[in-house]
Design a protein around this ligand. Structure first.
Ligand SMILES: *[C@@H]1O[C@H](CO)[C@@H](O)[C@H](O)[C@H]1NC(C)=O
Length: 399
């Protein structure tokens, strides 16, 4: 892999990777630190593989069918994110080796259910990044060496930026939906990542039983949630169970009866949802969270109640003509239509005007949408008002 600038920055954050570093940066580390790094690496592998498969599968028109005005907008972002995740994994593995430890490279991943279409993929990516943020936040409580904690934190901030980009690309999301994120324990992370893990992948950490929502369509305030989990069968009396909604920044989860788990008003952004066998709220603190009554979960849902203009921008047709009397920057294709219109009224027309075969020019009806006739070998140049006077074209040369 190439040493991208982000990799160099990360290596600087990981003194253990710099060959000239003092020997004390190498060698045996606390078991907890090694465990967190191994775990984080597997999560990075999962994320990297997810984006790689998505980018390999979807074509430009899959993105535009999903509502993006240009496939370039999401593809640019997914590519950058994929590179970050891959770099994180490379650096975490190098750090582990410098500690005399072997990274876990035997885990396989499957994303078929998440890669059915771009909308599903983008929604899944949002959850994947929320899990990444939660995993590093929760892992922070386990790391004993402050230098390694700082290095892990330098990854966390990047995962949080990915999360925001994906919130924006979702179109219904809020860029930064909450003043706080949700920390997750490794067992909780595994419950969320479990459905994507294909075959054995022993991280030495027990996974909570996965939980998934079975609601179809938009989930918002007032929606009654329904669940699927192997932990609940027809022999269980679910009337005694509770769903627990964990929000960032709240002291504890909101307990609601399992059979009437209705999303309350006032929620915006990610919610971690657990099922418990009693109604005691779960503490929003990975160290002190009681797990004895846990039945399954969490699953992660996004409740989008505050859509923002920013989310719409990637879906706008930016090439659409905007009526304005002020000078503005134009695209070559816009310019060519203006020139075609201008040629009908301007005697001092550019060479492009000679492309029309002497027929009577059509009356000007504002910005002409016809394209400028090309004259091979001669540039089209034009400076002046468009035919309707609405905008000023500054010396366009083209075709
Ligand atoms: C659900 O039912 C199964 C099978 O009877 C049982 O083993 C399990 O303990 C029950 N779960 C809870 C939380 O009561």
């Amino acid at each position: 892999m190439l040493f991208s600038s982000s990799l160099i920055a990360l290596v600087a954050a990981f003194p253990a990777l710099v060959s000239a570093a003092p020997a004390r940066f190498f060698g045996k580390r606390a078991a907890a630190d090694v465990l967190v790094f191994k775990f984080a690496d597997v999560l990075e592998q999962l994320e990297s593989e997810f984006y790689k498969q998505a980018l390999g599968k979807f074509k430009d028109n899959d993105f535009t069918t999903a509502g993006f005005s240009s496939s370039q907008v999401p593809i640019e972002q997914f590519l950058t994110i994929q590179e970050d995740e891959s770099t994180h994994s490379t650096v975490l593995q190098a750090a582990l080796r410098s500690f005399g430890e072997q990274p876990i490279t035997s885990c396989k991943f499957k994303f078929d259910s998440a890669l059915t279409d771009v909308a599903t993929m983008a929604a899944t990516a949002r959850v994947v990044e929320a899990v990444g943020v939660g995993a590093y936040l929760g892992g922070a409580t386990l790391i004993t060496d402050p230098v390694l904690l700082d290095a892990a934190a330098s990854i966390l901030t990047v995962e949080a930026r990915h999360q925001t980009i994906l919130n924006i690309l979702s179109s219904t999301g809020t860029a930064v939906p909450s003043a706080f994120d949700i920390a997750l324990t490794p067992s909780e992370v595994l419950a969320l990542a479990g459905p994507f893990i294909d075959g054995p992948c022993d991280l030495g950490i027990p996974a909570n039983t996965p939980l998934s929502l079975t609601n179809t369509g938009i989930v918002g305030p007032g929606t009654k949630l329904s669940f699927s989990t192997s932990a609940i069968t027809s022999s269980n009396d679910t009337s005694k169970f509770f769903c627990q909604m964990m929000l960032g920044g709240q002291f504890a989860s909101i307990p609601l009866p399992f059979d009437n788990c209705v999303v309350p008003a006032g929620i915006n952004g990610p919610v971690a949802i657990f099922i418990t066998s009693d109604g005691q709220p779960l503490i929003n603190n990975v160290r002190d969270r009681a797990t004895t009554q846990l039945v399954a979960g969490p699953t992660m849902a996004f409740i989008d109640t505050k859509p923002q203009m920013l989310g719409q921008i990637s879906r706008l047709n930016l090439a659409a003509p905007v009526q304005s009397s002020s000078t503005r920057t134009i695209s070559p294709s816009e310019a060519s239509s203006i020139i075609a219109g201008a040629s009908s009224t301007s005697a001092a027309a550019s060479p492009a005007a000679t492309g029309s075969s002497g027929s009577e020019p059509a009356p000007s009806t504002g910005v002409n949408t016809a394209s400028a006739p090309a004259v091979p070998g001669t540039p089209n140049t034009f400076t002046g008002k468009s035919s309707d006077g609405a905008i000023t074209v500054n010396g366009w040369v083209g075709l």
